[in-house]
Design a protein around this ligand. Structure first.
Ligand SMILES: NC(=O)c1ccc[n+]([C@@H]2O[C@H](COP(=O)([O-])OP(=O)(O)OC[C@H]3O[C@@H](n4cnc5c(N)ncnc54)[C@H](OP(=O)(O)O)[C@@H]3O)[C@@H](O)[C@H]2O)c1
Length: 346
């Protein structure tokens, strides 16, 4: 494990140089990796592992769109695609990639196939706090959490890149939990792996997606767009100044070289304004972030997700909310703006 300096703080990380694919293949050569669930992470992780040469099977409830998708992706029923129970029985490593609510519902089926020496793998730390899932003492309980969507995990893999993942070992029953975890992290296509524990993973993950990654960013987009529209700017102008310039021009620069570099390489007018205004935005949102973290830490946020997504009609409810976002003027404008990108009109 390498120690790296992150802005003055030392952390343990595992890189592909240190733990190459060949070592991961050797570590897992006698394992059957059963990926349970074919939602968003399931396809990304299972397809990357299959392409990397690991022995992977998928467990998904049959007669569902996700099962059909798995078949379309080349998984063959009875060969490497099974119902959840059969896959859990066959797997020596059980990657539990159902929704959090699904994990609670299916747990009795999984639990009975977790015989001594197997590994139970999560991509999220929720189980420890809220789900009531208590794995047997004689299995490894491990986590690899790619820091992004399963779709990006797959896309970046196909482009020869990789998403970073956190990893954690909650229970080391076999004495091999570390090797198994790190090998799985490399197998699913991680760029590098950083160490965490289940609790810190879930707290940071829930904060991030409710915060800057998804919730806060949409909130800030919506507020700025509204102010521009109220002041007579056209939808095109409001959208371009709120979203399109950010995603097309500025964020790729931030991704490449950091916000400091992006600031240093824009006009002095933009620089002056950004340097003046980032602090008021920080001060305005800081109390909201503090409230958010407190709700995450108290378990209220995890419970809310579990309750909402345990309802039998949870997909219909979600779809109605997503539709209202999709139908908003800002995102309808976005669809038109995207259609006008020159590369889409070749
Ligand atoms: N989304 C991401 O990119 C992402 C990123 C990092 C970590 N994670 C973590 O990865 C894990 C999987 O997340 P996800 O987003 O891929 O999952 P998801 O899309 O929320 O879950 C979908 C999967 O769960 C199944 N499922 C849900 N309820 C079920 C039930 N009652 N019985 C049987 N199957 C059920 C679905 O089957 P049907 O299609 O048949 O309903 C589908 O296979 C979670 O722990 C999540 O926190 C996700």
């Amino acid at each position: 494990m390498a120690k790296m300096n992150f802005g003055g703080v030392e952390e343990n990380v595992v890189t592909r140089e240190e733990f190459p694919l060949a070592k991961a293949l050797e570590t897992l050569e006698n394992e059957t990796i059963a990926v349970i669930g074919y939602g968003v992470q399931g396809p990304g992780q299972s397809l990357n592992m299959r392409d990397n040469g690991f022995n992977v099977i998928v467990g998904q409830r049959p007669n569902s769109p996700s099962w059909e998708r798995a078949v379309k992706d080349g998984w063959v029923p009875g060969r490497d695609l099974f119902d959840i129970e059969t896959a859990a029985e066959k797997g020596t490593i059980v990657q539990y990639l159902l929704s959090d609510a699904g994990q609670i519902a299916v747990w009795p089926t999984i639990e009975k196939h977790l015989t001594a020496g197997k590994a139970l793998y999560f991509s999220h730390g929720t189980y420890a706090d809220r789900t009531g899932i208590v794995p047997p003492a004689d299995v490894d309980v491990i986590l690899v959490a790619p820091k992004g969507s399963g779709t990006s995990l797959r896309r970046l893999f196909l482009e020869g890149k990789g998403l970073n993942s956190s990893y954690a070992i909650h229970q080391d029953a076999t004495g091999r939990a570390w090797e198994r975890t790190v090998a799985l992290g490399i197998a699913v296509g991680s760029g590098y792996l950083f160490e965490t524990d289940f609790r810190r993973e879930v707290f940071s993950d829930l904060t991030g997606e409710r915060g800057t990654l998804m919730g806060a960013i949409q909130g800030i987009f919506a507020a700025q767009y509204e102010v521009l529209r109220e002041n007579g700017h056209s939808p095109s102008e409001a959208f371009n100044e709120t979203v399109e310039e950010l995603t097309q021009s500025l964020m790729p620069l931030v991704a490449e070289n950091g916000m400091d570099w992006m600031y240093a390489n824009c006009s002095t007018t933009a620089q002056r304004g950004a340097l003046d205004w980032w602090k008021p935005f920080r001060d305005a949102t800081l109390p909201v972030f503090k409230e958010l973290y407190a709700r995450v830490a108290s378990g209220e946020e995890a419970q809310r997700s579990i309750d909402a997504n345990s309802k039998s009609d949870y997909r219909e409810g979600l779809e109605a909310e997503l539709k209202s976002l999709r139908d908003s003027e800002m995102w309808q404008t976005g669809a038109t703006v995207r259609s006008l990108r020159p590369e889409r009109n070749k």
